[in-house]
Design a protein around this ligand. Structure first.
Ligand SMILES: Nc1ncnc2c1ncn2[C@@H]1O[C@H](COP(=O)(O)OP(=O)(O)OP(=O)(O)O)[C@@H](O)[C@H]1O
Length: 269
């Protein structure tokens, strides 16, 4: 069902969402998540282990229902009406999840096959995408012939092949060596920005969040937003390190010093 109240410039909305896995009570995985992601915005979510980051991804993907509140993705309730979101959300996870018996090109084309949209034109688009992520010439390689970083590049191309409105990345670069991760992050951001995609990215790396995000959300246990920062806040002269420290403090679950106080300590204008 189309949401009547969802503004057009909002791609993802969590409206006081709670999630419990046990029907008989038990602790909440998410207690009260309330935030919006604007169309075309790149939001990175950070937070300590068990604060509900992956559960929020599963809610966006309609894999599990909210216990209370409302999740809205592109004006659609993803749990009740996921068929309306098919092809509109691309995902990259920590493990590449490639099918080992398929070539790189055939792995990229998988989402289109599910949509019955594989044809000569889309095959050529898949080859172009592989080239965009630096894999020209590897179209017919199988996953076992590729390095971990190359396999993750195939997974990124697969996430992009349907030209999704929303890209989800859940620890997508976390297991790669720093040089490979840096190159992949740059390509991922360049392509997503060029295509105007909304990105919802989970990461454990503050450097990654500060590099890629337009806005950073800090989650705390059990599943609530403990703080948020917009790029302008850490790009202001000298503010990057104070923001970093505030993020660290929020993630640790301690009392977060006010950003102004931290900046003031360091005599930041
Ligand atoms: N299918 C499930 N059944 C029961 N409990 C679950 C399930 N999935 C997650 N949880 C619980 O929900 C809470 C949040 O888990 P989640 O995986 O979303 O956290 P996370 O922030 O992604 O953690 P991490 O950073 O370690 O990946 C945890 O307490 C976890 O044990």
């Amino acid at each position: 069902m189309e949401s009547a109240t969802m503004p057009h410039d909002v791609a993802i909305a969590f409206d006081h969402v709670a999630k419990r896995f046990s029907r008989t009570g038990g602790p909440a995985a998410i207690s009260d998540l309330d935030f919006r992601v604007r169309t075309g915005e790149h939001v990175c979510v950070v937070g300590r282990t068990g604060c509900g980051k992956s559960t929020s991804v599963n809610l966006i993907l309609g894999l599990t229902p909210a216990s209370a509140g409302r999740v809205d993705v592109l004006g659609v309730d993803p749990y009740r009406d996921f068929k309306r979101l098919r092809g509109r959300i691309g995902c990259v996870f920590q493990s590449d999840r490639l099918l080992p018996w398929r070539t790189a090109l055939d792995n990229v084309l998988m989402p289109l096959e599910v949509l019955h949209a594989r044809n000569a034109r889309t095959e050529s688009e898949a080859a172009d995408l592989l080239a965009k992520v630096g894999l020209a010439g590897y179209e017919h390689a199988h996953p076992h012939e590729l390095s971990g970083g190359m396999r993750q590049r195939v997974a990124i191309a697969r996430a992009l092949i349907t030209r999704p409105d929303v890209l989800i990345a859940d620890e997508a670069f976390g297991h790669l060596d720093e040089v490979t991760a840096a190159a992949l992050r740059a390509d991922f951001q360049r392509i997503a920005k060029a295509q105007g995609q909304t990105v919802y990215q989970i990461t454990h790396s503050l450097d990654e969040a500060l590099l890629l995000a337009d806005r950073i959300l800090v989650f705390d246990r059990p599943g609530r937003v403990a703080g948020e920062f917009a790029r302008a806040q850490w790009e202001a002269g000298g503010a990057r390190q104070p923001v970093r420290e505030t993020l660290r403090s929020l993630i640790a679950g301690g009392e977060a010093p006010s950003l102004q106080a931290v900046a003031g300590d360091r005599q930041v204008a």
